[in-house]
Write a protein that binds this ligand. Structure first.
Ligand SMILES: [Zn+2]
Length: 123
């Protein structure tokens, strides 16, 4: 099940479809932390050191942050990761997990920055 699914409002419809399908495949609930961000909120996050870019994909609805609602330990994100990758594969949507910055050479947040809640749709 999806918790706080209203936070998907404004997110890229294809990415929303991936999250919806992932929630049916995932053995645990998926909590939506954040979808679309305003420029003001992004400025606050950068100022607070919680984001490293003003080019965040959250600004245009191309990204969503997900977690299990309980733990920030990396391994706790794995059931959601498996479900998201499976759902994206089934729907033929090209997405990147924030855990794969290094592998994919994606530079949002910097190459050394891993962001386990973060998912973004690729053009
Ligand atoms: Zn994010």
């Amino acid at each position: 099940m999806i918790k706080y699914g209203d936070r998907l409002n404004g997110v890229n419809p294809r990415l929303q479809q991936v999250v919806q399908l992932a929630a049916t495949l995932c053995p645990i609930d998926i909590y939506v932390i954040e979808g679309v961000r305003t420029i003001e909120r992004q400025r606050e996050l950068v100022a607070a050191g919680k984001s490293k870019t003003m080019n965040s994909r959250h600004l245009n609805g191309g990204a969503v942050d997900l977690w299990d609602g309980k733990s920030w330990e990396r391994e706790k994100f794995m059931p959601i990761r498996r479900a998201m990758l499976d759902a994206a594969d089934r729907l033929k949507v090209n997405i990147t997990h924030g855990a794969d910055w290094n592998r994919n050479g994606v530079i949002e947040g910097g190459r050394d920055s891993w962001d386990y809640p973060h998912w973004q749709i690729e053009p």
